[in-house]
Write a protein that binds this ligand. Structure first.
Ligand SMILES: Nc1ncnc2c1ncn2[C@@H]1O[C@H](COP(=O)(O)OP(=O)(O)OP(=O)(O)O)[C@@H](O)[C@H]1O
Ligand SMILES: Nc1nc2c(c(=O)[nH]1)N=C(CO)CN2
Length: 231
């Protein structure tokens, strides 16, 4: 997805959560600066083109869906889904994170030459500063939700999980399958619930753009408010 397409949706997210664009831009630039002396990972090397890609979220159903993830060609794991899949023996090909829960896992991934999409936003600059310098930059893909720069990418998406889906789409995945996605999880706090509502809306937008039907949205579409300016 290009930024022109993403921007109206990004603006709506900023308004809804009361985030500032300037904070996201400062975070983006800080992440870029921390990596400025390094060659970062080229996402095309993951070869997602024409692949069946599993997008693992960290909902309670993740372990039940582990076999479906393992059967995919490529597994992208959001945040703590990476640890949980590893724990049940499913290899993760790429982790997507804003570093707010398991930054040590992201370090282990880069050390073992598995790429990590590291997302900078207005509320995680201390985590970015603490952890990114400890990672092998050759396996970091720096991302932003604000306008991209020459070195910090924006493939679309908001939460770790839906950003993984937009990433797979951007690099030509043939099909997406979702495991560990529980939009009605009663055990999430109100902020997380609102973030999951946005994730659901964004996945709905993505499936329309792709002409695909994501099974995870079956039975839910009628109650999803479309995002602004779907194109
Ligand atoms: N019930 C759920 N609880 C948590 N995450 C879920 C759930 N269903 C889907 N997800 C997806 O899994 C991702 C990883 O969740 P986790 O709680 O490990 O990370 P997080 O770092 O808090 O995520 P984020 O910062 O994006 O909110 C979320 O970003 C979301 O996209
Ligand atoms: N500014 C800001 N941006 C975000 C935030 C957040 O808390 N603040 N959380 C996200 C996913 O949890 C994604 N983007």
């Amino acid at each position: 997805m290009d930024f022109d397409t993403w921007e109206p949706v990004y603006t709506a997210i900023l308004t809804d959560f009361g985030y500032g664009r300037a904070g996201d831009e400062r975070a983006r630039d800080r992440l870029g600066a921390l990596l400025s002396d390094s060659e970062t990972y080229r996402p095309a090397n993951l070869a997602l083109g024409s692949k069946a890609v599993a997008i693992a979220g960290a909902g309670p159903s993740l372990e039940r869906g582990a076999d479906r993830a393992a059967d995919a060609d490529v597994v992208l794991a959001a945040s703590t889904a990476a640890d949980r899949l590893r724990a049940v023996g499913v290899a993760v090909d790429c982790m997507v994170t804003d570093l707010d829960k398991n930054p040590e896992t992201a370090r282990e991934f880069t050390e073992s030459e598995t790429p990590v999409l590291v997302h900078a936003h207005g509320d995680n600059v201390p985590a970015v500063e603490d952890h990114v310098p400890t990672y092998d930059p050759a396996f970091v893909v720096p991302t932003t939700q604000a306008a991209p720069t020459d070195t910090v990418h924006n493939f679309g998406g908001f939460t770790d999980g839906d950003r993984a889906a937009f990433f797979a789409d951007h690099f030509g995945a043939d099909s997406l399958r979702f495991v560990g996605w529980d939009f009605d999880d009663p055990d999430v706090n109100p902020e997380k619930r609102r973030k999951l509502q946005w994730a659901e809306r964004l996945l709905h937008w993505l499936e329309l753009r792709r002409g695909e039907r994501f099974g995870v949205l079956d039975g839910r579409r009628d109650s999803i408010t479309p995002v602004v300016s779907p194109r």
